[in-house]
Structures are given as structure tokens and as C-alpha cells.
Design a protein around this ligand. Structure first.
Ligand SMILES: Nc1ncnc2c1ncn2[C@@H]1O[C@H](COP(=O)(O)OP(=O)(O)OP(=O)(O)O)[C@@H](O)[C@H]1O
Ligand SMILES: [Mg+2]
Length: 248
């Protein structure tokens, strides 16, 4: 079972879009567990869950108990919760607070490994305690950048953050960078790709398209032939990410 976290300390870059589409691509062949660590609860909303969820990441972190919801064939979700901000305050008071999620994984290892091939975690745009918990246990962290100067800075900060955590917790979490919302006719997009192409972590880009701005994944939409090309391009990036995880 491999674990992949999607993060960058920059809002709106496309973390949730990536996590959602990647999970939908992956579940065609693999069994996937998605986790929503973001207090905006966007990923959970995309699956039509807004409230009345019995157990969420809040119960996972506070009681160590959670019941994943099956949202599609071969895809379960551990839902997010709007009270994650409060949860983070509580978790920050605990001993070994960075390792609580790892502890839950270890306690449930047998069951998780019998049910899932991959765990994908969507995180907030922060370097907070839940993000730390996710990164420490991950085989791979995917950092997302949209075309702007501060995106490159955010990726460098993510690299430093992952390096620091690897050092402090004696882990070997790998990094991949993906550019998002790319429009090759625009200077900002071209400049971003120009910078990223020399980064060893760079793994490809997703174009800016309305089918990727949809609440539904590109695998759940009726696509034109032109849009189908985009889907193949995006799937190719996902395959590259998967190859990176496999190599860890
Ligand atoms: N490739 C794309 N083309 C067009 N629109 C996109 C693309 N990727 C993301 N978007 C849109 O950009 C917005 C931000 O994307 P998303 O919510 O995935 O970012 P995020 O990094 O998860 O944001 P947050 O920091 O708020 O969690 C959304 O409205 C989404 O639909
Ligand atoms: Mg998000």
C-alpha cells in the first residue's frame, strides 16, 4: 500500500482537483482510499457529502476511530470536516502530535492493506499539523504549482519542508511537482514550465480547461474528441506520478 499526499502552501493551485481526478483515474485498476484533511471540505463536497457524516478526519484524530464511506467502485473516502481548525488546536496539545496519523495507520495496517492499494490525502495550503502527519507517512508528496511567481517559491518551500520532516522523523518521502492551469499561449505559463523543466521533481503539467474546473472528474464527464485528448494528456501525467510512487 502506497501513500500519496497532495500539498503546497498556496491556495487555489489545484490540489483538490488533482487529488480528485488522480483518485478517479487510479480507481479504474486499483483500490483507493481518499482522505480530506482540508477544513474547506471541498473534496468531500465533490462527492455530495455536506453534513450528517458519522465519522470524519476529526474522529480519526481525536478517537482513532473512523468509518470510510464508499463513494465509487474501488474508492472509499474518509470525509473532511469544517471543524478541522479546532481539531488542529487540540492535536497541537498532544504528545507525538506529528505521528498520530502514522499511529492510526500502524494500528489498522492489516485491515487497510487488505482493502486498499493506495491512500491519497488532500491537504490544506499550510504547513500545519495535519499536513505534517500526512507527509511523514507518505511515499510521495505531489506539489502543485499554477502559473505565478509565488508558485515557484511555494514549491521551494515545500521541498524544504519535506526535507526537514525527512530529517527530523528519519523518513524518505519523495517529491513530485506538477504544474497546473497551464495555457501555452501565455507568458506566465511558459515561464513556469521553463523554470520547472530543470527541477528533478518535475513530472508534467495539466492544462487550464473547463473540464478540469468541473466538480465532476474528467473521467465522469461526456467529452468531445478534443476534450478526450486532454483527458489522455492528464492521464499521462498521472501515470508518471504512479511510476514515481512505484519506484520509491
Ligand atoms: N487545470 C485547471 N483548469 C481549470 N480550472 C482549474 C484547473 N485546476 C483547478 N481549477 C479550478 O481552480 C480552482 C482551485 O482549484 P482547487 O480547489 O483544486 O485548488 P486547491 O489548491 O485545492 O485550493 P485550496 O487551497 O482552496 O484547497 C477551482 O475552482 C478549480 O475548479
Ligand atoms: Mg483544496
Amino acid at each position: 500500500m502506497k501513500i500519496i499526499t497532495i500539498n503546497v502552501n498556496k491556495g487555489g493551485a489545484g490540489k483538490t482537483t488533482f487529488a480528485h481526478n488522480f483518485a478517479e483515474w487510479l480507481r479504474k485498476k486499483e483500490r483507493v482510499l481518499l482522505l480530506d484533511f482540508d477544513d474547506s471540505v471541498n473534496l468531500t463536497h465533490r462527492y455530495g457529502y455536506f453534513s450528517d457524516i458519522k465519522t470524519t478526519v476529526v474522529s480519526l484524530f481525536s478517537e482513532g476511530v473512523v468509518e470510510p464511506i464508499q463513494v465509487a467502485e474501488r474508492l472509499d473516502l474518509i470525509a473532511g470536516h469544517k471543524n478541522v481548525e479546532l481539531l488542529k488546536e487540540k492535536v497541537n496539545m498532544k504528545r507525538r502530535r506529528e505521528e498520530l496519523f502514522g499511529k492510526w495507520l500502524a494500528e489498522n495496517q492489516k485491515e487497510l492493506e487488505s482493502k486498499y492499494d493506495y491512500i491519497i490525502i488532500d491537504t490544506e495550503n499550510d504547513e500545519g499539523i495535519l499536513t505534517e502527519n500526512a507527509i511523514i507517512v507518505s511515499d510521495l508528496v505531489v506539489g502543485i504549482a499554477e502559473a505565478s511567481k509565488d508558485s515557484v517559491v511555494a514549491l521551494s518551500s515545500l521541498r524544504e519542508f519535506v526535507n526537514d520532516l525527512n530529517h527530523d522523523f528519519e523518513e524518505n518521502t519523495q517529491l513530485a511537482f506538477v504544474a497546473n492551469k497551464i495555457n501555452l499561449t501565455e507568458a506566465a505559463s511558459k515561464e513556469l514550465l521553463e523554470v520547472l523543466k530543470d527541477y528533478p521533481e518535475y513530472s508534467g503539467y495539466l492544462p487550464r480547461r473547463t473540464i478540469l474546473a468541473d466538480e465532476r472528474s474528467i473521467y465522469d464527464q461526456q467529452l468531445t474528441r478534443e476534450q478526450d485528448k486532454i483527458k489522455r494528456q492528464v492521464s499521462h501525467v498521472f501515470a508518471k506520478i504512479l511510476a514515481k510512487v512505484a519506484a520509491v
